[in-house]
Design a protein around this ligand. Structure first.
Ligand code: WT7
Length: 648
């Protein structure tokens, strides 16, 4: 196989040491403490993680810390645990019982505060509701909900009885919901009438109704009344959340589950075929998210922590729900858009609740920059002490803006690299230790042993671009792809012998800092979320006019990557109205996130002699770049010239 030739032109020499006062008070506060933990975890992972597992409350202590080898590793076998117990019950014994667990703000400005006691009570009640609806340990429950406290309640209720939740982001369409319900064979769907987004109602229940025509496994639907919008309620299938909760008992013992009991499935895009149902299990996932929350965000008892992600993505699972709640944190949760009613909404929320830790995405930061400094400048951001970033590489200029305008040069920035599959943060600065470099996610956390290798698995030297892999297993890694273990092995463990690989290219600089250079597969990162070019292509091809489609990403000012579709038609030329129709078609099929930015009609697509579409050429065209690619294998050179001539 050929060496990956990933060329990096990014050079960044600025460094930012943590403020001395920050280091002095941090959970991990010196470089030597970090080095020692990292080395111990590398040399004796079982010893390290076994010791760390004391951070959790166990009904029965495990017999073995880790068993087997990648891809099939079991953690904490013999142990009995309950995730909701660790996120709730254990905090009720002391002062935390009256501490705010969730400070929630709805988009229209309504607010709710749930103390740990309140959250515990609601979770117990809803767990009993689920049981009454026939949900048993191991059954799958789909949650398709807005960002309201009931979503967290439903997650924890599932975990309390050992039901496996599958959360579907509210921006996905009915078809996407049906696909995921079918793959997971979900028994119950929990949804809401709708949710608020930029003052408009997103009609969730209507999408569920549409999806249920195609997903026969679903027996019952629970509907939270959020917007008050009109919904159809089907007798003996659909129930209002508030009706079911009214009579529910507040007593519900947490089920004592095996460490490896499945906690949730979360669907994510791969480079081929249908979405992958990433499966995470109980003890290892909980331990990983709890510890990384404490280390990376340096979480303390009196912090007010806000992660702006939607719970429908892994960031929300790990760093709105499980990680922070396992630590007894106060979490801010916001329902709506950052620019509603105006572009100052996030800064207003930070000021209002005195948020101290703020975790958001580069795509949001680029939007803030565009909206202008006057918005954050209108608000008092002095409560902030730490900033985080996740979802895609952050460009150094966006990093600097975040540092100056939001962090006011006082707050360390943690640029956290991880994935749906890794469950928790893998590579990130430690805010009290690491001298950060804008654009680098810096060094691996304790327990994480990454390498950067060529396609044949050889470690590469400083500043050589290659594949980012993990050489050792970690407790919060995915265990399988739901219902398709073979695909799991093939996707993550067959590219580089003995290693986990999930598709990113990276280099390590002379200080051992990691610089992630983006995906090397056919996955594009739109606004910090992975989308498969394949899925968009199959959606396009399902339109009656389309013969063939090739989809590629191109650099986009706000979204990081935009979606460009090259389409050949069965007959005729294609015009503006067909373009619009195709854009709507994909949006309807997959969801708003997948809405193409560009559709270009072409008479034919560039192919190799063996018939493979040459995407790298299309990527150059979409980006408006002169191609430096080798075209010797191209079947028909004229195709390229024609595509270029069509550029807008
Ligand atoms: C992909 C994972 C992890 C939660 C959000 C996305 C990219 C993520 C960073 C970062 C550079 C990053 C990678 C990764 N990514 N964080 N800090 N620097 N790239 O989760 O949908 O599973 O996507 O997002 O390409 O593989 P996801």
């Amino acid at each position: 196989m050929t060496q990956p030739a990933i060329h990096s032109s990014l050079k960044e020499s600025r460094t930012f040491a943590p403020p001395a006062t920050f280091s002095a008070n941090a959970h991990i506060s010196t470089q030597s403490q970090y080095e020692q933990m990292w080395q111990q975890a590398k040399d004796d992972p079982a010893g390290f993680w076994g010791q760390m597992a004391q951070n959790l409350d166990w009904f029965r202590r495990f017999d073995t810390v880790m068993e087997g080898q990648m891809p099939n590793v079991k953690w904490f076998t013999g142990g009995k645990i309950n995730v909701s117990y660790n996120c709730l019950d254990r905090h009720l014994k002391g002062a935390r019982k009256n501490k705010a667990a969730i400070i929630w703000e709805g988009e229209p400005g309504d607010t709710r505060v749930l103390r740990y006691q309140d959250l515990h009570r609601e979770v117990c009640k809803f767990a009993n509701v689920l049981k009454k609806l026939g949900v048993q340990t191991g059954d799958r429950v789909t949650l398709y909900m807005p960002m309201i406290p009931e979503l967290t309640i439903a997650m924890l209720a599932c975990s309390r009885i050992g039901a496996v939740h599958s959360i579907i982001f509210g921006g996905f369409s009915a078809d996407a919901v049906a696909d995921r319900n079918n793959d997971a064979q979900a028994k119950v769907v929990v949804t809401a009438d709708g949710g608020w987004r930029r003052g408009k109602e997103i009609p969730l229940k209507a999408s569920v109704d549409e999806s249920l025509n195609q997903s026969p496994s679903v027996e019952k639907v629970v509907v939270v009344k959020r917007t008050g919008g009109d919904v159809d309620m089907v007798p003996d299938r659909d129930y209002w959340w508030h009706d079911l909760m009214e009579g529910a008992s507040t007593d519900c013992d947490p089920v004592q589950l095996d460490s490896e009991h499945p906690l949730f499935i979360l669907y994510t895009s791969g480079s081929t075929g249908k979405p992958k149902g990433v499966l995470h299990t109980s003890a290892g996932y909980l331990l990983g998210t709890a510890l990384t929350t404490k280390w990376v965000f340096d979480l303390k008892e009196d912090d007010t922590y806000w992660c702006t992600a939607d719970i429908g993505w892994i960031t929300g699972h790990s760093y709105i729900c499980y990680g922070p709640l396992a630590n007894g944190a106060t979490v801010v949760m916001y329902e709506g858009a950052p620019n509603w009613p105006d572009e100052g909404r996030f800064w207003e929320i930070i000021e209002k609740y005195r948020v101290s830790i703020f975790y958001t995405a580069p795509t949001a930061i680029r939007a803030f920059i565009k909206w202008g400094n006057e918005w954050p400048e209108k608000h008092d951001l002095s409560s902030l002490r730490l900033l985080g970033s996740v979802g895609e590489p952050i460009n150094p200029e966006a990093w600097m803006w975040y540092h100056r305008v939001i962090g006011q040069e006082r707050c360390p920035i943690v640029d956290t690299w991880w994935q749906t599959e890794t469950g928790g943060i893998m590579i990130s600065p430690l805010p009290g230790v690491t001298s950060t470099k804008p654009g680098s996610c810096c060094r691996p956390l304790p327990g994480v042993v990454p390498d950067i290798v060529s396609r044949d698995g050889k470690s590469l030297g400083p500043n050589e671009g290659g594949l980012l892999v993990m050489r050792q297993p970690w407790p919060h890694m995915l265990r399988t792809l739901y219902g398709d273990h073979e695909r799991f092995v093939k996707t993550y463990f067959s590219e580089v012998e003995g290693c986990y690989f999930a598709g990113d290219g990276a280099r390590r600089d002379e200080d051992g800092y990691v610089w992630v250079m983006g995906r090397v597969d056919d996955v594009i990162n739109v606004s910090g979320h992975r989308l498969s070019t394949m899925e968009v292509e199959s959606s396009l091809v399902s339109h009656p006019s389309v013969a063939e489609a090739a989809v590629v990403g191109f650099p986009h000012e706000i979204k990081g990557e935009g979606i460009c579709c090259f389409v050949t038609l069965k007959t005729g030329e294609g015009d503006e109205s067909l373009k619009k129709e195709l854009i709507q078609h994909v949006r309807h099929h997959i969801g708003a996130l997948a809405q193409p930015d560009q559709v270009r009609f072409a008479a034919s697509l560039p192919k190799t002699r063996s018939g493979k579409i040459m995407r790298r050429l299309l990527r150059d065209i979409a980006a408006g770049r002169e191609s430096t690619q080798d075209t010797t294998t191209l079947e028909d050179l004229n195709v390229l010239a024609r595509l270029r001539a069509d550029e807008e």
